[in-house]
Write a new protein. Structure first.
Lengths: 311, 277
């Protein structure tokens, strides 16, 4: 186990280096010159050259890349070209907001996704099953930003029961619409995977055994079938959490949520290289870490999974 | 194969949701190809005497803040969405199939290196990568397609690699190798045809996602540029009027949703029929 963990952590390094390299190359290809943008239209050639050398942008590209890696090695991500604030400070300030949103979305998606998927499996072939199938196909097909705007229209502008946007100093009612918007996509996936995993579990002999010994149907479904269907579901929940950063870009833009997604979009639109590098790296680290945690959680959920030495 | 295709068509006819989706997609394709000639008004014509009009007989889906007809804009947006979605799928399938076959068939160090590259691309938050790529190039049709392709190919590559790994151990591949067939011939004549159904299923399930990604890029202003209407940019341009003129936002969004639902429903059907249980 210790060996496996070590090997997985060592495999992080080439992945992160690759991501850093791709992002770095991408940055260099961005049109428009951030230095020109910072200095303004009328800046003299000397001023621009001075800023360029201050930022280390006058060095050859490989050296710039190595310089960036050295910076990373010290646990820093550099400073924003525009605000001159440390990227790591910005990330730490915005991450909790995105995390809170993602967590709420995940809770919503997991609870309703597993419930709908279980219901569809138990009522297989009935109208319920078909209705849930339709709703969940809709959930993975509706654009996130349009769903957000439509929810806002209905609940904030017509019914006036929820605030349209903003973070409301952490009040819970401000979290409801963004969390539903962000969570609907993964809710639908969770429901679909739960349904097929449950159908498989329900067809296995131990379910007949559980029924034969006189357990109530609720107990058979929840305690025996659902518990044994959890592995694919947990994988999906874990993998989805990593991809919430995508949905967060759109959800946060629509609801005026001050998190990483909007921070990333701002950085990209302003060509603020260190910000883009910082968010992408941060997102990738979170994603890879979650993958590892998902793998490890198999152990807790399924004692049959034993990682062989050197596997 | 034709026999199998006929059987598939027969099954499609008896499956109501999949059949509806197929009819819907044919309708959408026709709309994209000939629709712009059928709608009466020019999608770019600004009729300043009829701005923000709700749906009526003259303008079935209403008009936007500059008096442009939403119906004709939605119809002409179908072209962009379908073109980007389908072309990006074909491109990323092509790249994914090539690298996946090579990694899965040759194995060893080549596989280790390529798999590492697939994983790196898969570890990127896809929308952020796509935004980054579309920001690199002047925004437009080509940049959106390339961005989506670069995001999409690695998933296909990993899938094809997995399929190839199992197929190359099959007896017929070994037999072919024994009579001296080259690697290229084995890949092209034996492995690819047998992998194709699964690859097509994966492809059909991803077109919808690619269309959503194109819509998101357009919504963020990084797709095809105004004045050319796209569904994503129509929503983003009209967002400010959502309370006074919601139809300007609702209809383009419905168009995206119906298109993607159709692709996903048909993809689900193909997966149920073609994937071995």
């Amino acid at each position: 186990m210790g060996y496996y963990l070590l090997r997985r952590i060592l495999l992080f390094i080439p992945t992160l280096l690759g991501i850093t390299l791709i992002t770095f190359v991408l940055m260099q290809a961005l049109p428009g010159d951030p230095v020109q943008g910072m200095a303004g239209e009328r800046a003299s050639a000397e001023t621009i050259a001075r800023i360029r050398s201050e930022l280390g942008q006058d060095r050859p590209l490989p050296l710039q890349f190595i310089g960036y890696l050295k910076l990373l090695a010290t646990g820093e991500l550099g400073r924003s070209y525009y605000t001159n604030r440390k990227i790591s400070d910005d990330l730490l300030q915005k991450f909790p907001n995105t995390f809170r949103l993602a967590l709420a979305a995940m809770l919503f998606a997991s609870i309703f996704g597993i419930a709908l998927g279980t219901l569809a499996a138990v009522k297989r072939g009935t109208g319920w099953d078909r209705l849930i199938a339709f709703v969940t196909v809709g959930g993975i097909s509706i654009p996130v930003f349009w769903l957000g705007l439509t929810l806002m229209l209905v609940f904030s502008l017509y019914l006036r029961v929820l605030p349209p946007s903003g973070m409301g100093n952490g009040r819970i009612e401000y979290l409801v619409l963004p969390a539903i918007t962000l969570g609907t996509f993964s809710l639908s996936y969770i429901a679909r995977v739960t349904r097929s995993a449950m159908l498989e579990s329900l067809s296995l002999p131990y379910i007949s055994a559980a029924r034969a010994k006189g357990l109530t149907e609720t107990k058979v479904v929840l305690k025996h079938a659902l518990k044994n269907s959890l592995i694919p579901i947990v994988t999906l929940i874990g993998l989805d959490l990593g991809s919430y950063l995508n949905g967060a870009v759109l959800t946060e833009t629509i609801f005026g949520w001050d998190g990483l997604g909007r921070y990333a979009l701002d950085g990209i639109l302003k060509r603020d290289y260190p910000v883009i590098m910082g968010v992408v790296l941060f997102g990738a680290v979170v994603f890879v870490t979650i993958n590892l945690l998902v793998d490890l959680s198999y152990h807790m959920l399924d004692p049959r999974v034993r990682i062989k030495r050197g596997d | 194969m034709p026999k199998r295709a006929t059987a598939l068509l027969n099954e499609l006819r008896s499956n109501v949701p999949a059949m509806t989706a197929a009819v819907m997609l044919v309708f959408l394709l026709l709309t994209a190809v000939i629709g712009p000639w059928l709608v009466s008004s020019d999608p770019l014509f600004m009729d300043l005497e009829h701005v923000k009009e709700p749906p009526s007989m003259a303008h079935w889906l209403g008009t936007d803040s500059t008096g442009r007809d939403i119906l004709s804009r939605t119809v002409s947006g179908a072209r962009i969405s379908l073109a980007v979605g389908i072309i990006a799928s074909v491109l990323s399938l092509g790249i994914g199939i090539c690298f996946g076959l090579i990694a899965g068939y040759f194995g060893g160090n080549i596989d280790a290196l390529l798999s590492q590259i697939f994983d790196i691309f898969l570890a990127f938050p896809s929308l952020i990568l796509a935004i980054g790529i579309s920001a690199v190039m002047p925004p437009g049709l080509v940049s959106a397609m390339l961005a989506i392709t670069l995001v999409g190919w690695s998933g296909f590559a990993r899938l094809v690699r997995g399929i190839t790994l199992t197929l190359r151990e099959q007896v017929y591949v070994e037999a072919s190798r024994a009579i001296g067939a080259s690697s290229g011939r084995i890949l092209y004549r034996h492995i690819l045809p047998n992998a194709l159904p699964l690859i097509l299923v994966a492809g059909s399930l991803r077109v919808g996602g690619f269309i959503l990604l194109e819509a998101a890029l357009s919504f963020l202003g990084l797709g095809v540029q105004p004045p050319t209407p796209t569904w994503g940019s129509m929503i983003s341009l009209n967002r400010a009027y959502i309370s006074s003129a919601p139809w300007m936002v609702i209809f383009p969004g419905l168009a995206i949703s119906i298109t993607v639902i159709s692709f996903n429903t048909l993809g689900d059907f193909l997966r149920d029929k073609l994937e071995p249980k």
